[in-house]
Write a protein that binds this ligand. Structure first.
Ligand code: ADP
Length: 355
């Protein structure tokens, strides 16, 4: 009876996703022009309808890209989150989920995910929504919070107290393991049990302070690493028996621009190469899933290893692709839109989720 009830619940959530082709949804957000910023000769990037982006290439040419949703430069954080919220809900309904922000540096990934104190982004809102929905449900939930960074191809725990003196212990090495059911676990990753929204938010702010950020030619405060937040939720039934644990990854990916174009050198060049490699591994995984290949090359990067059980058919995945409205960024914009179009065409398709 319990399995039946779970299946009914799952079907309910799937109904919320009826407009969804496959299990990966793709939203596109166009960054607004900043005060004093130069547009270029023409307005190359336009949101035409709520699900279309039109690129004006040359004088008479234009190209249309369709997504599940397009946010124009004036869209608010509220508007974005109201479309993202069903994915958060699906975690309490028994799914693993993953929301990732993709795009060239400076296009608003961190603005969407982290936001500002006046205009919080997806991460703080998701944490708040999870706690609110958990309180409103009839079940008991145990929620834990972890945060890591992938920098130069290495995993770094953002919640571990990092050594400040020579005598302080070094953080233990994080290693990625697959359990018997194919679920991914990260050995030694700090997971802190949180009992309310504010506690989780404090941890998140603390973790953000430990991120490796650096200045590049593309953007003054660009991040050259992937920042990943994991929220795990264990559900207990009325008899306080542990039912199942699901998780959501909230990921602010490093900038997708091709490293040679950024005029980076030395350490910055290494950082850019590492980001490019892992994003191309993500592209390869997506390609293999799309073509329903038997071998999906998850092992080619830490990023795809960590996300392995959040990109499969039992998970809900949402990609927020960010683009610049400026003419000078057109090449990177086309690359991002092509990548996003490939992601959108994935049909992980079991009976319930395909068209
Ligand atoms: P990224 O993380 O992709 O490198 P950021 O999130 O740091 O980019 O955005 C670059 C700048 O543009 C920041 O100053 C940010 O506040 C601003 N910005 C980006 N998107 C928006 C938006 N939708 N509304 C207002 N400001 C934005």
């Amino acid at each position: 009876a319990y399995i039946n009830q779970l299946n009914i619940q799952r079907r309910q959530v799937l109904n919320d996703f009826l407009d969804l082709k496959g299990n990966i949804r793709v939203f596109c957000r166009i960054r607004p022009i900043r005060i004093g910023e130069n547009f270029g000769r023409l307005r190359p990037v336009v949101a035409s309808e709520s699900s279309d982006v039109v690129l004006k290439i040359g004088d008479n040419k234009s190209k249309n890209y369709s997504f599940d949703k397009v946010f124009h430069p004036g869209s608010s954080q509220d508007e974005v989150f109201s479309e993202v919220e069903p994915v958060i809900k699906s975690v309490l309904d028994g799914y693993n989920a993953c929301i990732f922000a993709y795009g060239q540096t400076g296009t608003g990934k961190t603005f969407s995910m982290e936001g500002t104190p006046d205009s919080p982004g997806v991460v703080p809102r998701a944490i708040e929504a999870l706690f609110k929905q958990a309180v409103e449900s009839n079940h008991t939930f145990l929620i834990s919070f972890s945060m890591l960074e992938i920098y130069l191809g290495n995993l770094k725990d953002l919640l571990f107290t990092h050594p400040t003196k020579a005598t302080d212990p070094l953080p233990p090495r994080l290693s990625i393991k697959t359990d018997q059911k194919g679920g991914i676990e990260i050995d030694n990753l700090v997971a802190i049990q949180v009992s309310d929204f504010n506690q989780a938010l404090r941890l998140y702010r603390l973790g953000c302070r430990f991120r490796s950020t650096a200045s590049t030619n593309s953007n003054a405060t660009s991040s050259r690493s992937h920042c990943m937040i994991r929220i795990s939720i264990t559900c207990f039934d009325a008899l306080e028996r542990r039912r199942e644990t699901n998780k959501i990854w909230l990921v602010d990916l490093g900038g997708s621009e091709r490293v040679l174009k950024t005029k980076a050198w030395g350490r910055r060049l290494d950082e850019g190469k590492a980001i490019n490699l892992s994003l191309s591994a993500l592209g390869d995984v997506i390609n293999a899933l799309q073509r329903k290949r038997r071998h999906v090359p998850y092992r080619n990067s830490k990023l795809t290893q960590v996300l392995k059980d959040s990109l499969g058919e039992d998970s809900k995945t949402l990609m927020l692709v960010h683009i610049s409205p400026k003419e000078e960024d057109l090449c990177e914009t086309i690359c991002s839109l092509n990548f996003a179009t490939r992601v959108k065409s994935i049909h992980l398709g079991n009976e319930d989720s395909s068209e």
